[in-house]
Design a protein around this ligand. Sequence first.
Ligand code: FEO
Ligand code: CA
Ligand code: CA
Ligand code: CA
Length: 614
Amino acid sequence: ARPANASTPMLGFKAVPISEADTIVVPEGYTARVLIPWGEPNSGSFPRYSLKNTGAEQGMQVGQHHDGMHFFPIEGNSPYEGSSVDGLLVVNHEYVEPRYTHVAAVGQALGPDGFPKKEDGTRETDQVLKEMNGHGVSITRISRQPDGSWNVVRDPRNRRITALTPMEIQGPVRGSNLIKTKYSPDGTRTRGTINNCAHGVTPWNTYLTCEENWARYFLNNDEDVPRDHERYGVSTDTSRYGWELADSKADEYIRFGASASGASATEDYRNEPNTFGWVVEIDPFNPNSTPVKHTYLGRFAHEGIVFQQPVEGQPIVCYSGDDARFEYIYKYVSAQPYNQATASGALLNDGTLYVARFNEDGTGNWLALKFGENGLTPENGFQDQADVLVNTRTAADFVGATKMDRPEWGAIDPRNGNVYFTLTNNSNRESGQVDAANPRPENDWGHIIRWSEAGKNPTATSFQWDIFVLAGPEDDSRKLSGRPLNADNIFVNPDGLWFDADARLWIQTDIGESSQNQGEFAQFGNNQMLAADADTGEIRRFLTGPIGQEITGVVTTPDQRTMFINVQHPGATTPEEEFAAGNVNSRWPNQNPEIYPRSATVVITKDDGGVIGT
Ligand code: FEO
Ligand code: CA
Ligand code: CA
Ligand code: CA
């Protein structure tokens, strides 16, 4: 039985059709409004948005490319209870689009670098600062107005966390030689968080932000690249944004050049990349708190993290996917039991990290990544638990985990603890590489897998799994019923995934920029959000987004009468030559020819004041 609102229908709205329009479409009887677009002032001196904003101003504004998020009711004791009209909206800002960020990029073809460079090959330091401050996390107090719209509230807790914010490192990697740097010779601290994709919410009411595609931000052009760089794809020719080229030569920028150029690790930046790829804990209610990187949750391209309902006296259990082709799904089980009165981030500092093996017969096993077990020994190249964690992917390879089709978000059914994960696509899987859990070669469309832990015990080391939906067009898809998807619900590339309190499963799509509205992908229109009934497998399209974006991030207020979702990278599909000619294919949300497209949060309400989805 559903825990709340059991008398309301699971899917009570009329499906919206696919769309190629530069707007948000929601079902009849619903209203969508834009809140905190990129550049909205949120803290400090609250500088107004302008393309001319400096790097320092960006550090007092909402960042770019909104992704995972959570609404923390303002009273601040529990993540899903409390005020539904006043709270802290905490939003990840995954990355930036330099052409929409700098006055210097207007009307320019930026070429293969994708960012403006000076003639001498360096970068203007303030541009680098603006990009770094466009990354990270924003914490913004918002409150509901009588008409259902929401406003930013100036509050001392409003804060920006960026690619420069000092952070503590906790767990087994703290103090390891692998993370000793010029900045932190004892290996206990680092600066900043980047490529924050999805998120998690701890049972003790803090926010977790997940570092996903951080590796390419670093450059290592040494002849021999160590496995802790190579296995993650640290750049060997050009870094993603060339931050190491800042003309000031200041340490906080040039550290993105991570070659072993000095006499030792504390005289150069070779270990800087090892301080990224983690899950970062932020206490949104304490603006003076130092974010913490929790190394026991593993180092990889963390998409997000999702917790089982905590049980008093039992360990806490959470799951995280590594979003890259042929990477893995992980689970962490704390060593210490959960106690509501004392629970804190310390529960994440000692436990066991497992990686999933999905067997052909529908069973699965959790394989411990524990130093000294499963062959993770010095003879096999692992020196201690810190080494296992810095090289999580290599350890998971070694124990024989199942290589998945890009694990993105996870979600947990609040009624029974069943775990769902999106597998967004994997066009590189060859026919000889398919397995029962990743059953399609050249998986362009993606699927959603789910499992139930043995004995319904989240700490179990085995599970039963099945496929919830194979996404795709009507002639190449399959719902739980065995039937294909149809016009009311065809979708591909599931990414965001979230259960609301009534156990409605919300699915968000991310067709990549190079495929969106092209060829076989055209039939799916712009990226969208759907809702599903996890029991029957029925799926219905709830929302379509503007041009060039992905829909990502979803949460409601505790009363479920306001929903927040994010629109990320509208206009990203504008070809470079069009941009250089002064054209962009989206002006969402301002629809003003003077203003570039901006990622933003969207607030959805039901006109009759009802629960979203009914
Ligand atoms: Fe940032 Fe895997 O999406
Ligand atoms: Ca994502
Ligand atoms: Ca994306
Ligand atoms: Ca994605």
